[in-house]
Design a protein around this ligand. Structure first.
Ligand code: HGY
Ligand code: MN
Ligand code: MN
Length: 429
């Protein structure tokens, strides 16, 4: 049974309340008039949010600064420098019109947890670092995990020059415009070595915890995902004078491909999911037969070979549709993240913490991708979930009850205490 950390309930409650306030404040950066939050990598609202986080981390007594690509760290230095630091955090960017909790909750709770531990217990033995990763979603550029990917070495600046957003701005230009000119610092200017562990607190973005009446989720594994862009070309032509039998209609072809994607995913059955989230018709006009369509594919599975096999089968079928319709099809893989199991030792410590503070918990897999997916292959990594009301996320309707947000915060505090101040954690990592 984990020792219940000697803490001042009042102080812990105050930091929990402050966490809720800061979460609200953070959601004002990129707030959309039509609801939700849009905070895309290297945009003005993104920069203001990261700067605000640095200032708040410094007010909490953490050493805080940007790294070379725009991640923000808040460090609580430990006395025993031989002990590898434990990182805890999440991502500050959002999807378009996203919710105010996805990513932001883990960032704010992590920094408030370190603030509380410093106030209640002073200098830890082991360095603890809160982190706000600059980008995880892949909402602006066709790439994801730009922040944690740099810290773990999975991303390099070479990728920045060729990737462009829908307005044609390259990732490298966007970096420079936001003040991150990492030229001359090598390909991996933000890579960190010697990380002891990574712990991420996040909303579940599903409805399992709610359905099972649990307050805390201990994540067993994070789903793998393959993201692709599919470009279908036919021939634009006059909508009035081109007989139906003489068309090479890229949109009609893409529509058949989208429907087949859904059908094949349904036939494959759970846990496989496949989604077409964006479809664009170039030069789309009501009286023109479409000749150029691009759409995205997002394929996920907990098993790597199953995910790959489905992807190959699907792309083969899409090519058959293109051939039959006289279209050409080009697919580009933008992201391939393998499924990653979470660390058993840390997960057990999270469960023990829940037991010590009487939060009902359960183990469950994550259908969403997370920064912990990038850390899992390089250091012990674990995730803590709190419930999402009605399982809604990536939407302005995303919501988590304050009591659950505080429960997740207190669970994180408890676990970080053990890694920072306790002794038993040293055997875990
Ligand atoms: O797409 C995801 O799974 C995550 O929210 N980035
Ligand atoms: Mn997220
Ligand atoms: Mn997300």
């Amino acid at each position: 049974m984990a020792k219940r950390i000697p803490n001042s309930q009042d102080l812990l409650a105050q930091f929990g309340e402050r966490m809720l306030e800061v979460l609200e404040e953070l959601s004002s950066y990129g707030a959309d008039p039509e609801g939700g939050v849009t905070r895309l990598l290297y945009t003005e609202s993104w920069l203001q949010a990261q700067r605000a986080l640095i200032s708040k981390m410094q007010q909490l007594g953490l050493e805080s600064a940007f790294d070379a690509v725009g991640n923000v760290f808040g460090k609580l230095s430990g006395s025993q420098i031989a002990l590898k630091p434990v990182l805890t955090g999440s991502h500050v960017d959002t999807v378009k019109n996203g919710g105010k909790y996805d990513g932001a909750y883990g960032v704010v709770a992590s920094m408030m947890a370190l603030g509380y531990l410093k106030a209640a217990y002073g200098e830890p033995k082991r360095t603890l670092e809160a982190v706000s990763f600059c980008e995880e979603e892949g909402s602006r550029f066709p790439l994801a995990y730009w922040g944690s990917g740099h810290v773990t070495g999975a991303r390099s600046l070479a990728q920045a020059a060729e990737l462009a957003d829908p307005a044609g701005v390259t990732l490298l230009e966007a970096m420079r415009q936001a003040g991150f000119n990492a030229a001359g610092l090598g390909e991996h200017p933000a890579k960190r070595e010697q990380i002891g562990a990574y712990i991420e607190l996040h909303i579940e973005q599903g409805s399992v915890l709610t359905y099972r009446h649990k307050q805390i989720g201990v994540v067993t594994a994070i789903v793998g995902q393959i993201r692709l862009t599919v470009h279908v070309t036919g021939s634009s032509n006059h909508a009035g004078t081109t007989p139906m039998t003489m068309r090479r209609d890229a949109l009609a072809g893409a529509a058949e491909m989208v429907t087949l994607t859904e059908q094949m995913a349904l036939e494959a059955g759970e846990p496989l999911v496949a989604t077409v989230g964006r479809l664009e018709v170039r030069r789309g006009t009501s009286n023109v037969v479409p000749g150029d369509v691009t759409f995205t594919l997002d394929i996920r599975h907990t098993d790597e070979p199953e995910m790959r096999t489905f992807c190959v089968r699907l792309l083969t079928k899409l090519e058959e549709i293109a051939l039959r319709r006289g279209l050409t099809i080009e697919t580009v893989e933008n992201l391939h993240a393998s499924p990653v199991a979470m660390h058993e030792g840390i997960s057990a410590a999270i469960e023990a913490a829940c037991e010590a503070v009487s939060f009902p918990s359960m183990r469950l897999p994550s259908g969403a991708g997370h920064d912990a997916q990038l850390f899992g292959p390089i250091c012990p990594s674990a995730m803590i979930f709190v419930p999402s009301v009605a399982g809604i996320s990536h939407s302005p309707a995303e919501f988590t009850e304050a009591g659950d947000l505080v429960a997740g915060f207190q669970t994180l505090v408890h676990v970080l205490y053990q890694f920072g101040y306790g002794g038993e954690a040293d055997e875990i990592i």
